[in-house]
Design a protein around this ligand. Sequence first.
Ligand SMILES: O=C1O[C@H](COP(=O)(O)O)[C@@H](O)[C@H](O)[C@H]1O
Length: 301
Amino acid sequence: MLTAGILSWNNSWHSSSTENRTMEREIVASYEPKKNNEIRMFESSDEMATDLAEYISQVSEISIKERGYFAIALSGGPLISFMRKLCEAPYNKTLDWSKWYIFWADERAVAKNHVDSYYKSTKEDFLSKVPILNGHVYSINDNVTVEDAATDYEFVIRQLVKIRTVGVSESNDCPKFDLILLSIGSDGHVASLFPNHPALELKDDWVTYITDSPVPPPERITFTLPVINSASNIAVVATGEDKAKAVYFAISDGAEGPDAPSIPARMVQPTDGKLVWFLDKASASFLEAKTKNDGYEHPKY
Ligand SMILES: O=C1O[C@H](COP(=O)(O)O)[C@@H](O)[C@H](O)[C@H]1O
């Protein structure tokens, strides 16, 4: 059941009226703080997973109808477990899986069978449960250096942009993924773009590598901000209280603090596309606190 509109934020909280096959979902509120941004908040991570599955299903249907393909980039963290409902009815039967193309917005530079590999966890928890074609799964080359893996991955994406399996941005020559799914870290990182890291400044590269990730393992490859921001749709997922501060600083323009502007998730702003935040109650708790108490003292980052 929808229980919308119980919060207020800049007097702009509004009920979510999105037509949805799964109307049982319990969105607490939905809010559009910036143009083409939407925030969906849920009582629990399970309700969030239900809505996320429906959202991904709708974006895939639209992309396949408009372009004939659905190019989706995944990332790490708990994201894949939140996609679990896509492996169940009705989606496992209704989605046109043959048109899905899978990429990673970031990956750890480890062997594909390593416990830290996002490919491995994605294969086990998602790819092995749905009929996506093996040839449509673009994982990172784990037989070369991290630098070469980033170069290879960008080359592969460039070939797919040329033949338009992956779209191209109207504003620049960047790939325009139909959907990029991100999960925010408690320090506000997204993909493998960490606070104050020089990789945040890259303008011309599509894929880069880092060797000094503050979260192990240190070597990773990652999409750059221009590629992330060129997507048609970006979804950022957050659950748990440890993400509440980062979520608050990423979303709230009014949030201040010496490091607030360098929160990578705050730099995620689609150029021509749409951004949707999927938050459980705990990760939205600072936003919620702000709305419940006008005298609320903003956290300092
Ligand atoms: O290191 C990473 O972590 C984040 C978030 O993961 P969490 O375990 O802190 O929830 C993920 O977004 C990113 O893709 C990944 O490389």
